[in-house]
Design a protein around this ligand. Structure first.
Ligand SMILES: C[S@@+](CC[C@H](N)C(=O)[O-])C[C@H]1O[C@@H](n2cnc3c(N)ncnc32)[C@H](O)[C@@H]1O
Length: 254
């Protein structure tokens, strides 16, 4: 397996939190914000977050075999899972997992009124409750950046994917266009934390969000990490001027 490129960082590092405590800190942060997560998300992104997940679900719908088993990992309150369940056939089964109990409770509440995944599972992305080579696709929206160990996460996704299976990662990045990038940076680092605090009563998660994106990776670096974990080919597409990108990597046939 090729070595990680020198720019690779092992995982998320919330400010003031020791590396070994990062995952627990992230879980507690999402547990605390869960009841107001959706409303804040939609308002802070002017509902563009729904468009990003729809684009991801559409791409998966076009590429997923039938029948198929698909995992939405770090599913949170389930919006990508719902977008997938609404588009896929019953024989294309969606499983949704997250390690935040409170986020899963919010997801469960929304299940009654719309097409929903097969099951909501409380599970850690680094230790998935799936057998080797059992899934046709793994997808994650805005979750990967929060993992305590990026390469361990990518290897775990590769483990559960069948040969030829696909990994989809929708994630935030820093837009590189000079003027738009500066404007967005000002909104993201100065305005968004205050709005998020006002909407949810919690400041820390909305300070963590821009810091975690700054600490994370460029789209090129994430693609290199995916290749280092064995995915090939890896492609990616910017969305909304580079605020987000959707990466797709395939687990090669032996
Ligand atoms: C920003 S939210 C994204 C939720 C959802 N996918 C969405 O699009 O809104 C990140 C989610 O990742 C989950 N998460 C972070 N690290 C995780 C891990 N190691 N295992 C499982 N879930 C994790 C958090 O609990 C949280 O629900």
């Amino acid at each position: 397996m090729p070595a990680l490129p020198p720019s690779a960082d092992p995982g998320t590092r919330p400010e003031g939190v020791a590396a070994g405590e990062a995952a627990r800190h992230v879980r507690e942060m999402f547990n605390a914000v869960a009841p107001r997560y959706d409303r804040a998300n939609h308002l802070l992104s002017l509902a563009t977050d729904m468009y990003w997940r729809r684009e991801t679900a559409e791409r998966i719908r076009r590429e997923l075999p039938d029948p198929a088993e698909l995992l939405d990992i770090c599913c949170g309150t389930g919006d990508l899972s719902f977008a997938l369940a609404a588009r896929l056939r019953p024989s294309q089964r969606v499983w949704s997992a997250d390690f935040s109990h409170a986020m899963l409770l919010e997801a469960g509440k929304k299940s009654a009124s719309r097409p929903a995944p097969r099951a909501w599972l409380e599970a850690d992305a680094l230790r998935l409750p799936f057998a080797d080579s059992s899934l046709h696709a793994v997808a994650t929206s805005f979750g990967f950046r929060n993992l305590g160990d990026y390469l361990a996460g990518l290897r775990e996704f590769a483990r559960v994917l069948r040969p030829g299976g696909r990994l989809y990662i929708l994630e935030f990045f820093q837009p590189s266009a000079p003027i738009f990038g500066r404007l967005y940076h000002w909104y993201f680092t100065r305005i968004l934390p205050r709005l998020g605090h006002w909407l949810t009563g919690r400041l820390a998660p909305y300070q963590y969000l821009p810091r975690s994106v700054a600490h994370f990776a460029t789209p090129q670096e994430l693609a290199a990490w995916m290749r280092a974990a064995g995915f090939e080919p890896v492609t990616w597409r910017r969305l909304s001027g580079g605020i987000c990108a959707l990466h797709c990597g395939q687990k090669p046939h032996p």
